[in-house]
Ligand binder design. Structure first.
Ligand code: MSP
Length: 639
């Protein structure tokens, strides 16, 4: 039997329509499910909506609807949007589903019967936005840090879950299972919260104050607290307690969330499971926020929400579903915040997808069409080694290693490095010219390029299932479902003689008009009144700083310190000359990423036209290149 994998998203509140933040986690879950299918696993993907609680009751009242009418509408909206985006969870769960109400009721009763729920008086600061009591420590200037609102002081008789009883168990469990909560910064954050007494968790609201919730089985005058109800969806979703799916998937559960809901997932949920006698989930994987560039809306709203700003459907339709999926996955380092701008989407599409990947496919297919009768040419061994084969064969292990450490963006970057290598290989070997003198050899070059591109498409398939299936079809390779990585990433599967199927360009270049972004607040608010030797932000913006890849480097003959380099800034290739030879050997520069001033007027240095300038820190004779602390896309703007 295939090994199992179970992935969940948070169930979203229905007080707002889906926005790009919700979309990100849901696409991430879809990508993870597809990746695990590509690894040969039997997967289950759950998402849904969180429909009880005070927040929802208030939103319904504001719309003049009953809570049920209201939640039906917005939950339907989520479902429709996911379908339109091509996301197909195995189940869409709603906390108002009768099956869920039954499971919550049975867990409440069980925990109550064993004495882990008791009645008490409580007074605290409640944030309706978060739907939880906040501690004084969590407030910033008296306000909820996420919602920027003052929490309400609430005093009432409540039932409590003896969460503190399981505090030490949780600390030990997290320590013994280093990848239970990941990335590490969030594991540390939870462990640091657990250094203080976590207290017990209020898990009910008096019905006379809030009737929109699941009644407690042992006291119907109270309804269940929304978080206690909501977290249990992860069990209901796979048929807890009796269904086979529960037995099959639960021990492989991976919950995806953003950092806003770390405490309920990292502390409430594992202790609730422990009290209910249910084993913990396998991973809690936490990502950061998508934030917008400074602007009125993002300033006035809490940082995590992008609602009213970025509706997913128009965006996916404008730029293409797979292209936006690629942008979301490649531009966010899991665990850190990322900046959401349309400019970044366009840059990603034009540089990675249209130029590096799409153009490469078109060029290769055109060559095969015109020179090899539209059939995959024969491989050719020239005895000089095959750089593409070597790199392609290493890819599987590299990608898996990154994924095991939840570095999805790095895995994507590695795959795209192979694409860049293929492009360089084509330039180095020039099969179009070679073909005239040596047809077999040029055919071998094309075979290597096509086969590497096929392997690239196999790895990128979970991220861009439609476009990568189209790419593979053009190579005459038919895919059904997710191609299995281990099998289909093997070198040499592309059959010589197989007819290719030329098609349209995979990723048309976007000629978008980019809305000019306002400069960061600090740049405007701190602008000096006296100009003197300072420059304004606008002046600084004139400088076009870019990430560049060094493709080749050689010493300029008869000079002490000059190196001539060929660099690529996105799809733009140039030559630059720099005085760095005393500190850097040319062979050690090749393959490095540097920062260059891309719009410097050209200069002739020792007869060589130099187009751009490398950035380096210069201290007397000493010199250090400005480099990036992680790999970036060539051509990325440096601000
Ligand atoms: N209903 C609770 C979750 C209960 S799960 C048992 C809830 N809902 S929510 O609608 O507020 O969704 C929060 C989640 O939406 C985040 O954890 C994240 O997955 C996603 N995001 C919302 N805004 C986001 C960003 N700006 N950036 C990234 N993810 C975002 O909390």
């Amino acid at each position: 039997m295939k090994p199992a994998y179970y992935v969940t998203t948070p169930i979203y509140y229905v007080n707002a329509e889906p926005h790009i933040g919700h979309t990100y986690t849901t696409v991430l879950a879809d990508v993870f499910a597809r990746i695990h299918q590509a690894m040969g696993q039997d997967t289950f993907f759950l998402t849904g909506t969180d429909e009880h609680g005070e927040k929802i009751a208030r939103a319904a009242a504001a719309m003049g609807k009953t809570p049920q009418e209201y939640v039906d509408d917005i939950s339907g909206e989520f479902r429709t949007v996911w379908r339109a985006l091509g996301l197909s969870p195995d189940r869409f769960i709603r906390t108002t589903d009768s099956e869920h109400v039954k499971v919550v009721t049975s867990i409440l009763q069980k925990v109550y019967d064993q004495g882990d729920i008791y009645f008490g008086e409580y007074e605290g600061l409640y944030c309706v936005g978060c739907e939880r009591f906040l501690t004084e420590k969590e407030l910033v200037e008296g306000l909820c840090p996420d919602h920027k609102t003052a929490p309400e002081r609430v005093k009432e008789g409540n039932y409590f879950f003896r969460m503190s009883k399981y505090q030490q168990w949780l600390i030990d469990y997290i320590r013994q299972n280093p990848d239970f909560i990941r990335p590490e910064r969030y594991r540390n954050e939870v462990l640091s919260t657990l250094k203080d007494d976590i207290g017990d968790l209020s898990i009910s609201r008096p019905r006379k104050r809030l009737s929109w919730g699941i009644p407690l089985p042992f006291d119907p005058e109270h309804v269940c607290y929304v978080w206690f109800d909501a977290l249990i969806n992860y069990l209901t979703g796979i048929g807890y307690p009796d269904d086979d799916r529960y037995r099959r998937y639960w021990h492989e559960a991976e919950h995806l969330i953003a950092k806003d809901i770390l405490k309920p997932h990292g502390i409430y949920w594992p202790t609730m499971l422990k009290a209910a006698g249910i084993p913990p989930f396998k991973h809690l994987t936490v990502h950061g926020y998508w934030k917008t560039v400074e602007g009125k809306i993002s300033k006035s709203l809490m940082s995590r929400t992008l609602k009213n700003m970025v509706a997913p459907l128009p965006l996916f339709e404008k730029y293409g579903h797979d292209a936006v999926r690629y942008y979301l996955m490649a531009d966010m380092t899991l665990g850190l915040d990322a900046q959401f701008t349309e400019e970044n989407i366009v840059t990603r599409i034009n540089s990675d997808l249209a130029n590096d990947l799409g153009n490469l496919l078109s060029r290769l297919v055109n060559m095969v069409q015109s020179a090899y009768d539209s059939k995959i040419p024969e491989p050719y061994d020239d005895g000089l080694g095959n750089p593409l084969k070597d790199q392609a064969e290493r890819l599987h292990a590299t990608v898996i290693d990154h994924l095991e450490h939840v570095r999805l963006h790095q895995a994507i970057w590695e795959v795209m490095q192979l694409v860049r290598r293929i492009n360089r290989y084509i330039e180095e070997t020039a099969p179009f010219k070679l073909w005239k003198s040596d047809r077999s050899r040029a055919g071998g070059v094309l075979y290597n390029a096509l086969e590497s591109l096929r392997i690239v498409a196999v790895f990128l398939h979970p991220i861009m299932p439609n476009r990568m299936a189209a790419l593979l079809e053009q190579l005459g390779w038919h895919v059904d479902g997710s191609p299995l990585w281990i099998k289909q990433s093997k070198w040499g599967l592309l059959q010589p003689g197989l007819p290719i199927q030329p098609g349209s360009h995979l990723f048309p270049r976007i000629q978008a008009e980019i809305v000019e972004q306002s400069p960061p607040e600090s740049a405007t608010s701190q602008r000096p009144k006296e100009e003197g030797s300072m420059i304004t932000f606008q002046e600084f913006q004139k400088m076009d700083l870019r990430v560049a890849d060094i493709l080749s480097a050689e010493r300029v003959p008869d000079t002490k310190n000059l190196v001539k380099m060929e660099i690529s800034i996105g799809d733009d290739k140039r030559v630059i000359v720099a005085g760095i030879a005393q500190k850097y050997l040319p062979e050690n520069l090749v393959g490095r990423q540097v920062v260059v001033v891309a719009n410097l007027a050209p200069a002739k240095i020792r007869g060589i036209d130099s187009n751009g300038m490398l950035l380096a820190a210069v201290d007397g004779d000493d010199l250090a290149l400005v480099v990036l602390d992680k790999p970036c896309r060539s051509g990325t703007k440096v601000h």
